[in-house]
Design a protein around this ligand. Structure first.
Ligand SMILES: *Cc1c(COP(=O)(O)O)cnc(C)c1O
Length: 431
């Protein structure tokens, strides 16, 4: 495959952008080789700077549940472009999207739009602290909530890929207030809360962990969080920036039937444009300025373009059967991958929740823990990644990221992926 243009662009990028990228995982450090540069997306496909085509399982890291350039989203954006890019004031459309999200996710009674997932989690935590008058927070190992100072402790995603669970520049005093517990460990949660519960402002969790590959909650885990938070007056925050409108129309909270006090959203709700949101119980959200004393603001918040894209996207995903179809396709894909791995004798297992999935090079039957994720064979993944890439399939360039399927992924794209995987698995075993 010819990658000359990508390589030249990367060389140039290295001169002007730290590491040549605007977000670390893009740099291919987790898989080796040079990152590709892209110039277009069409449905389920990405087209790189050398005109190579790839079936895309990154989906812009989650937002593109309708694939690239969905007609309805593009046309909503085109008509908003004629009306202006932003007014720094209120619009009808932002009320409409707020109302729709509140209807689709009943635990959200009021919601505020921001510009990224990071901003959403940062604001939600501030609100939870303001509401409870407490400073300490709880997060889980391997969960990523954006690059918020106090949350960059044992965080997933790029932080894992780079082997840098913590970051320079984060004052120790900030992270002293953050307690980290093991994901999916009900006993650890109960023991911690029995001792410290009354000092905890909030628990923030990815209800399906998607930044240490894809690890669904074990039965009872989210329920136990709900119980300890209720018992100790702590705010339960589901960070659904990835899972919201991804695993189901009502998010992970609808799949597992656990209602958080607050929810953070991002990715899918912007239809591909920069958006985030935080919302939840009325009494908690009414702490936010201008009616409450918790300050939060944003120049571009509720951007009419992002809201137009989000509304168009919501219209499509609320059509009956949308998620059932996505779920079925993801199952076909994962069953096909498993069969081919088994046939090639490659230790492999998968996780899936709706349109989000994980593939693990491991002897374990079911991966439920961070420690199991960390024991997966990264070399096998790297070999798999590069063979897939050479055969026209673009996966997240890291063993610790979830995969995403969109409504533009049809039988043809899945078959193409499985054919590539057959080669990729046999390649691993011949090493
Ligand atoms: C991506 C992500 C974030 C951060 O969102 P950004 O828009 O990248 O700031 C936060 N939480 C979760 C669960 C995410 O997957």
């Amino acid at each position: 495959m010819n990658n000359e243009n990508s390589r030249n662009l990367y060389d140039l990028a290295l001169q002007y952008i730290p590491g040549g990228v605007n977000s670390p995982v893009r740099a291919f450090k987790g898989v080796g080789g040079n990152p590709l540069f892209f110039k277009a997306g069409q449905g389920a496909f990405l087209i790189d700077a050398d005109d190579n085509r790839y079936v895309d399982y990154v989906g812009a890291w989650g937002p593109l549940i309708l694939g690239h350039c969905n007609e309805k989203v593009v046309s909503a954006l085109q008509s908003q472009l004629q009306q202006g890019l932003g007014y720094g004031a209120s619009t009808e459309a932002e009320v409409e999207i707020a109302r729709k999200i509140c209807e689709l996710v009943p635990s959200i009674e009021k919601i505020r739009l921001v510009t990224s997932g990071t901003e959403a989690t940062m604001s939600a935590i501030r609100v939870a602290r303001g509401f409870t008058g407490r400073d300490k927070i709880v997060k889980f190992e391997g969960c990523y909530h954006g690059h918020v100072d106090g949350l960059l402790v044992k965080a997933g995603s790029g932080a894992l890929t780079l082997g840098e669970p913590d970051s320079l520049g984060v004052p120790k005093a900030y992270t002293d207030l953050t307690h980290v517990l093991p994901y999916n460990d009900i006993e650890a949660v109960e023991a911690f809360f029995a001792k410290n519960g009354d000092e905890i402002a909030c628990v923030i969790v990815e209800p399906v962990a998607g930044n240490m590959n894809c690890v669904p909650p074990v039965p009872g885990f989210l329920q136990s969080l709900r119980e300890v938070c209720t018992q100790h007056g702590s705010v339960l925050i589901f960070d659904e920036v990835m899972t919201g409108f991804r695993v189901a129309l009502g998010g992970a909270q609808s799949v597992y039937q656990v209602s958080p006090d607050m929810t953070t959203l991002g990715k899918v709700i912007g239809g591909g444009l920069p958006v985030g949101a935080f919302g939840g119980r009325k009494d908690i959200m009414d702490m936010v300025a201008p009616i409450g004393a918790v300050y939060q603001a944003g120049t571009l918040s509720g951007s009419p373009l992002a809201v137009a894209a989000g509304l168009a996207m919501l219209e499509v995903i609320t059509e009956p059967g949308f998620y059932a179809k996505l779920d079925a396709r993801a199952k076909t894909l994962l069953e096909g991958l498993q069969q081919r791995a088994d046939a090639a004798g490659v230790p492999f297992s998968t996780n899936q929740v709706g349109a989000m999935f994980g593939c693990f090079f491991t002897e374990e039957n079911k991966v439920t823990k961070f420690s199991q994720v960390m024991q997966c064979n990264v070399e096998s993944f790297q070999s798999y990644f590069h063979t897939m890439l050479d055969n026209g399939v673009y996966l997240a360039p890291s063993a610790f990221e979830a995969g995403f399927i969109s409504s533009a992924h049809g039988d043809t794209e899945i078959q193409l992926t499985l054919d590539a995987a057959e080669k990729a698995f046999s390649q691993i075993n011949s090493k």
